[in-house]
Design a protein around this ligand. Structure first.
Ligand code: ADP
Length: 166
């Protein structure tokens, strides 16, 4: 069975990566796909985000692990899931605050594509405080984010927020 893990990933955090690693043990194929949302102006370009995901998931290979594919789309997740042959849309839950929104999306998707199931994985407890926006906020003010994001993303964040420094 194949699963689609859609998100903004702006940028990828260790919380996202943990979900990808765990899902790689559950499915035959996992497609991590960056949603290009026209109503959001991302901090990182699509190419940067794809590169961050490719780099951070490169170690995920082996007989017990699903192949990780990386892609992008700009329409409905259910349409992209069908296009990729994914029967499952994977989402992560951190806290009750995620639940209401995620449930609404899951019900909407079910009404659009009854054969596509949404599956939620609970975040690892030590990553439950992590979000892309918190990571950007910390990095913007010079805080250390190396325990929150993959190494390549930490480098990208310091380049992004120190771009005017000598
Ligand atoms: P969105 O797709 O809503 O723009 P993100 O790209 O940040 O948000 O997240 C994609 C998915 O990953 C969402 O289901 C979100 O709940 C989940 N997620 C985000 N951060 C974490 C984390 N620290 N642990 C587990 N899941 C997470």
């Amino acid at each position: 069975m194949r699963a689609l893990y859609p998100g903004s990933f702006d940028p990828l955090t260790l919380g996202h990566l943990d979900l990808i690693e765990r899902s790689a043990r559950l499915f035959d194929g996992v497609i991590v796909a960056v949603l290009q949302n026209p109503s959001k102006s991302p901090a990182f370009s699509l190419d940067q985000r794809l590169q961050q995901i490719r780099q951070a998931t490169a170690h995920l290979a082996g007989p017990q692990l699903a192949t990780i594919e990386v892609g992008s789309f700009d329409g409905l997740s259910v349409d992209y899931a069908r296009q990729c042959g994914a029967e499952v849309i994977l989402r992560g839950l951190r806290a009750m605050s995620d639940f209401e929104f995620e449930l609404q999306i899951a019900h909407t998707n079910k009404s659009l594509a009854p054969h596509v199931e949404t599956l939620f994985l609970a975040t690892a407890v030590h990553h439950s405080f992590l979000s892309s926006s918190v990571v950007k906020e910390v990095a913007r003010f010079g805080g250390d984010v190396r325990h929150m994001v993959p190494a390549g993303v930490a480098d990208d964040l310091s380049r992004l927020f120190n771009r005017n420094s000598p």
